[in-house]
Design a protein around this ligand. Structure first.
Ligand code: M6R
Length: 363
């Protein structure tokens, strides 16, 4: 049942505030301060984390790397499952391996899990299907409560994965005592604010539909972001490719001048994801390099960011103002809506894009 929507993807994008709220309820328990994790997961004994996944789940891991490193001062290595398993990386003592998968059945991720489990490393998994193979073979299971996701393009499962990983990073910070009491209180407040911020971002849908009608004419699109918004740029590009078949690339804003800036011309829209954070001015200067070369920029920022930097951009979208720490979760929404409405404008099969399967159970 598409709940009155044209596609499951639209329904699933709209379900995110609820899905994230349900997921958070699993980790933020009434009457218990801080983050509650399943038994058997204690970060005071962990000295490094290895995260492994495929596709969009991999981008969730890349985002979480910023959180674990910044909040909990834990070194994190992130790998694509199909690379990880054959590289056979060593797992020093104190390693925690985290596997992230909506379906819990992705063949490469499962094979990577079996590779580390055989070495006696503690295995945690973030999965949406609790009875899946990945869940069954893990020492600790951290569920996402996204509900069934039908659209091949992952949306609500992704933001729920981000939510669980954010909660884990907060708990890791608490276990390791890396934040001041004040900062911990702010970060907890930021975590609780995620469903509301995502809900506010959803109100951009009609503005985005207008922009997408023009984006649908493009042959190539670039997505830029810095810090924890860099993985969201990668996700934006993947979503757009996957369902609209428009070629897109995501780059770290600072990497532009090392090659991809050669692609800039008035026919290549550049989507810039830039909440007002400590890296904002740096991202804006990269954006200005694009504009100086005739590139047309879609700036996705908050009120203060737009006030500072929207002069001369092609289009802009006003996001709610949130604590920058978990801003990537809210910024997933415009990225998903852009891909969705562009695909609708192009008339592709949004829920069943060509050549793709919901769950990739072959290598
Ligand atoms: O079920 P999984 O989370 O393990 O799936 C991983 C990828 O196949 C998946 O995220 C894929 O990239 C999506 N189609 C992206 O929208």
């Amino acid at each position: 049942d598409k709940g009155g929507h044209k596609y499951f993807m639209a329904k699933e994008i709209g379900e995110q505030p609820l899905a994230i709220g349900d997921t958070l309820a699993e980790y933020l328990r009434e009457g218990t301060p801080g983050v509650t994790l399943p038994e058997g997961l204690d970060f005071s004994a962990v000295s490094r984390i290895t995260m492994v996944a495929c596709g969009t789940a991999y981008y969730a891991c890349l985002t979480a790397k910023y959180w674990f490193e910044q909040l909990a001062r834990l070194p994190v290595e992130v790998d694509i499952a199909s690379e990880f398993r054959y590289r056979e990386p060593p797992m020093p003592e104190g390693s925690l391996a985290v596997f992230v998968s909506q379906s819990g059945e992705t063949a490469d991720t499962l094979a990577a899990l079996r590779h580390v489990a055989g070495q006696g490393v503690k295995v945690a998994s973030v999965v949406n299907v609790p009875e899946s193979s990945i869940a069954r073979e893990s020492d600790v299971v951290l569920p996402t409560r996204a509900g069934v996701e039908i659209g091949v393009a992952s949306t609500k499962a992704f933001t729920c994965q981000l939510t669980v990983l954010a909660a884990m990073a907060v708990r890791a910070a608490a276990d390791r005592g890396t934040l001041t009491e004040d900062r911990m209180a702010q970060v907890m407040a930021a975590l609780r604010a995620v469903p509301g911020a995502v809900n506010q971002a959803l109100s951009l849908a009609s503005d985005i539909a207008g922009i997408a009608a023009e984006l649908a004419e493009a042959q190539d699109v670039l997505f830029l972001g810095r810090g924890a918004l860099f993985p969201m740029a990668l996700e934006g590009a993947l979503k757009l490719k996957e369902i609209s078949y428009i070629h897109a690339e995501g780059y770290a804003s600072g990497e532009l001048k090392h090659g991809p800036i050669a692609l800039i011309d008035p026919n290549v829209p550049v989507v810039v994801l830039a909440p007002m954070d400590r890296l904002f001015d740096k991202t804006v200067s990269n954006m200005q390099e694009v504009m100086a070369r005739g590139g047309k920029v879609l700036l996705v920022s908050d009120g203060p960011g737009l006030e500072r930097a929207s002069d001369g951009v092609w289009k802009w979208l006003r996001m709610p103002q949130v604590d920058p720490v978990f801003a990537p979760i809210a910024y997933a929404v415009p990225v998903q809506l852009l891909a969705y409405h562009t695909a609708v404008a192009k008339g592709t099969d949004v829920d069943q894009p060509r050549n793709l399967a919901k769950s990739v159970t072959v290598e």
